[in-house]
Design a protein. Structure first.
Length: 370
């Protein structure tokens, strides 16, 4: 069996999960091929993993000793070669031998190779097909956005306190969408979340601790103790980490038709249209989140579109900011936070799938007023 797929798509993890359920009936040998570089080292590493004696492992003819063990063993032996593309020996003789052994009469060997490239066996071992030793192929696709969300939510549920999520749902969605659009590497998604949590934890440790409190109202001159609230990771922290990894501006790609397109959810497109409308007809000092929410809500009401509440709208704005489309100038009062466009009108038209949406909204200035 040959497992292929990009890094972080679950090849090794899936195999280890299966191993836990069946290992009692098999003898397992797991070799990372990056750690062995000579034929003798390879055979000795396999022999050690399969539990052969020290005498057998140190035998001068270790390849033959291992082969005899596989032919005479009453227990099935599962050999997993991770990073198999790093197993580079003269003429690939070791790999050809290992792929041949499962096909020998009375063989007790099950061979599983793991690497990134889909065509590795055809490219590195072209004679396998000639000898009819070609392995079965299983390709692991990159994780989709929904799959990444499911995995992150499952991991994060273990760390919840009183039902409060460690990372907000909107931030999880942002992380999943960005990772899925780039590599689909679940390890990167987990690393981004881990780093974002560290940012929040470091911020909390830097906050001064109040010594005296007036919770019992006996000492009104002392500062009030702050309630013990676990601060969750939000869009801003996830965006910051993603910017370090991928850059702040969303990467656009060329479609098969040759035009450049970006996939945006409806709410984000409506927000962009709203900001463009306000930019054309409102003064700079009026470009606030509160105003944008009111305008966007009227736009949706006229079109019978269900829109988010004001709290979710603020998170939506942070999400669109993280993609490099708008800029927010934060205020202590959320509704007074300034919002401005970081792209020209032509770029906005570029990212809208519904090309009629922007002209339609720009033509209706009545939504700017109550």
């Amino acid at each position: 069996l040959y497992l292929s797929g990009a890094p972080g798509t679950g090849k090794t993890s899936c195999l280890m999960f299966v191993k836990k359920g069946i290992e009692a009936a098999f003898s397992f040998a797991f070799i990372n091929c990056m750690t062995v570089n000579t034929p003798t080292a390879i055979y000795r590493a396999i022999s050690k993993e399969l539990g052969l004696s020290a005498k057998a492992i140190n035998s001068k003819n270790i390849a033959q000793v291992l082969k005899n063990h596989i032919l005479n063993s009453k227990t099935m032996n599962v050999l997993v070669l991770d990073e198999i593309d790093h197993l580079d020996t003269k003429g690939q003789q070791v790999l050809y031998s290992l792929f041949e052994w499962p096909h020998m009469p009375n063989s007790s060997l099950v061979l599983i190779g793991i690497a990134n490239s889909l065509d590795l066996t055809d490219r590195m071992l072209p004679l396998l097909n000639t000898f009819k030793f070609q392995p079965k192929l299983m390709h692991f696709l990159p994780y989709t956005k929904d799959q990444i969300v499911t995995i992150l939510e499952d991991r994060l549920s273990e760390a919840q306190t009183d039902g409060t999520p460690v990372i907000s749902p909107m931030a999880v969605q942002l992380c999943a969408r960005k990772i899925a659009a780039n590599t689909g590497d679940i390890r990167k998604a987990l690393d981004v979340c881990r780093r974002a949590i560290e940012i929040v934890e470091n911020r909390l440790t830097r906050q001064p601790t109040l010594q005296a409190t007036s919770d019992d109202r006996c000492n009104p001159g002392s500062p009030m103790k702050r309630s013990s609230i676990i601060q969750k990771v939000d869009v801003q922290e996830i965006s910051s980490v993603l910017s370090e990894v991928y850059g702040s501006r969303l990467q656009v790609t060329n479609s098969s038709a040759g035009s450049t397109t970006v996939t945006l959810p409806l709410n984000q497109m409506l927000l962009l249209c709203t900001v463009v409308l306000m930019k054309k007809h409102c003064k700079t000092q009026d470009m606030t989140l509160g105003k944008a929410y009111d305008v966007c809500k009227r736009i949706c009401k006229k079109r019978d579109i269900t829109f988010v509440d004001e709290c979710s709208f603020q998170s939506l704005c942070k999400l669109v900011e993280s993609r490099g489309f708008v800029q927010l100038k934060m205020s202590q009062v959320p509704r007074l936070t300034k919002i401005s466009l970081k792209m020209d009108d032509g770029e906005v038209e570029l990212v809208l799938q519904d090309k009629a949406m922007l002209p339609s909204i720009l033509a209706d200035t009545t939504v700017l007023y109550k």
